[in-house]
Design a protein around this ligand. Structure first.
Ligand SMILES: CC(C)(COP(=O)(O)OP(=O)(O)OC[C@H]1O[C@@H](n2cnc3c(N)ncnc32)[C@H](O)[C@@H]1OP(=O)(O)O)[C@@H](O)C(=O)NCCC(=O)NCCS
Length: 439
């Protein structure tokens, strides 16, 4: 697993010390919870010891900001080797899937664990095709959204609204699980495309049954049948974004799933998490950053200034990778294929120069381009508006979220981590007139 270099905490580390003091004095936590926080985790397949008896009762709580290096689940869906730059879905390298598979086949693999047979794939594709349409009530609801609203907010609200329409919650029933998977994979793209047309003041258009998944999405978005190469490249982009182990939005999905709520709430919570600029929102920011740099000759000075100002370089860095993200390598190739066919983009020259200069400045810290660095350039060439980049990420990642939803249901325990309390010691309530005036 790619939990390669968790930050090491020395005994004198203030975070550990604070935990110690806290657990010895003010913390309301008992010894059993303290022990659970630091108990060793067994490898997949091993039975873990009950945490409360495995660690000494006096063990300090160790706070790891961002849960870095802390295993929060066991999963057989996806593996990242962050030092070699290898990403596999259910054991299959993502570059092979991007070259040979389709998004729907990859989604099937992620969710059900094996590549489908020809009949299973045909059935899945047909089911998804049949469920692409969304209720007129959802389209009418979307017409009430402000046109200036971000499409991720529109998608989160629309995804959550599916729970109103398909409210039966039968998590023990495989048929219910399959139907929910099909509905979400089928309807999320339709809702993204619908909001795009609605905010332009147009009526959404219906899906076309003769078009495959990605070609149909591009058609619903642009009202034009896409070039086959463009559709194929877009489909490969969806494959590359479909899953990435326990990232922030997938963690959200699993936490929500662990309460045994419905799958629409699971996906809606994950969409909300994906929207942030440190996660899915970074691909929009990359193009804004390249705009700001302006031209190849400005790159070096811009980067030095940004580093001096301690700015984050968007599209660079990753908790798991210490080399260039394998998805960035593939996306760069796809971008070049698009430029060859549809014309060059000078923003790509700025990006390549930034990658080269950043390799000298940030490379020694293990900071290299991530998936978001080149994906925006691909979408830009496909004529997709910037604020739809993250909703498109969500279309793809729905497959991964649903795979984790199924896996979570298979061995569920509600998520309820602990905390290190840093607030006041117990104190008596003060009447209004006795309260000190804030300075
Ligand atoms: C992805 C990301 C959130 C990972 O964060 P993280 O694992 O918590 O890493 P940190 O933010 O703690 O960074 C660790 C160090 O690397 C530096 N660093 C990380 N990403 C950086 C970036 N994009 N540009 C400049 N410095 C960066 C930090 O400043 C920090 O340096 P320090 O130790 O000297 O203080 C982070 O790299 C980032 O914000 N990247 C830009 C946003 C982005 O592209 N997100 C998409 C991710 S797919």
């Amino acid at each position: 697993m790619g939990l390669t270099s968790p930050r090491k905490f020395a005994k004198s580390d203030p975070i550990v010390m604070a935990a110690k003091i806290s657990s010895e004095t003010a913390s309301p936590l008992g010894g059993a919870e303290s022990a659970a926080a630091t108990a060793p985790v067994s490898a997949p397949g091993q039975t873990s010891q009950p945490a409360a008896t495995a660690a000494p009762a006096t063990a300090p709580l160790v706070f790891r900001p961002g849960l870095e290096g802390v295993p929060a689940t066991q999963s057989a869906i996806c593996d990242i080797d962050g030092s070699r730059g290898v990403l596999t879905y259910r054991g299959y390298p993502v570059n092979q899937l991007a070259s040979h598979s389709t998004f729907l086949e990859t989604a099937y693999l992620l969710i059900w664990g094996e590549l489908p047979t020809i009949f299973q794939l045909r059935d899945f594709e047909q089911e998804v095709q049949m469920h692409r349409r969304v209720s007129f009530r959802i389209r009418d609801m979307m017409k009430c959204f402000p046109a200036s609203g971000h499409p991720m907010d529109a998608l989160q609200a629309s995804a959550a609204s599916l729970g109103l329409f398909y409210s039966r919650r039968a998590l023990y029933d495989p048929q219910y699980i399959t139907e929910a998977v099909v509905r979400l994979i089928a309807k999320i793209p339709t809702m993204v495309a619908a909001f795009q047309l609605i905010r332009k003041g147009q009526d959404p258009i219906q899906p076309r049954d003769d078009l495959a998944y990605s070609a149909n999405f591009l058609y619903m978005l642009t009202e034009r049948e896409p070039d086959p190469l463009a559709a194929r490249i877009f489909d490969a982009c969806l494959i590359l974004h479909a899953e990435h182990s326990l990232n922030a939005s997938t963690f959200s999905a699993r936490v929500t799933a662990s309460t045994l709520t419905d799958p629409y709430a699971v996906v809606a919570s994950a969409v909300g998490t994906l929207a942030g600029p440190l996660h899915g929102g970074a691909n929009e920011d990359v193009l804004d950053m390249l705009d700001e740099i302006g031209s190849v000759d400005q790159v070096e000075a811009w980067l030095d200034r940004a580093i001096a100002e301690k700015r984050k370089i968007m599209g660079f860095g990753h908790r798991e990778y210490r080399v260039k993200d394998p998805r960035a390598v593939i996306l760069q190739g796809l971008a070049e294929d698009l430029f060859l066919r549809f014309g060059h983009d000078s923003m790509y020259d700025v990006a390549r120069r930034l990658e080269a200069v950043a390799a000298e400045r940030l490379g020694p810290k293990g900071i290299f381009p991530n998936v978001d660095f080149y994906s925006g350039l691909v979408y830009r060439k496909l004529g997709i508006p910037r604020d739809l980049f993250t909703p498109i990420f969500a279309i793809a990642r729905t497959a991964g979220w649903l795979a984790h939803w199924r896996e979570q249901l298979g061995a569920n325990r509600i998520y309820r981590p602990t905390q290190i309390y840093t607030g006041s010691l117990e104190r008596p309530w003060l009447p209004l007139e006795g309260r000190p005036t804030p300075s």
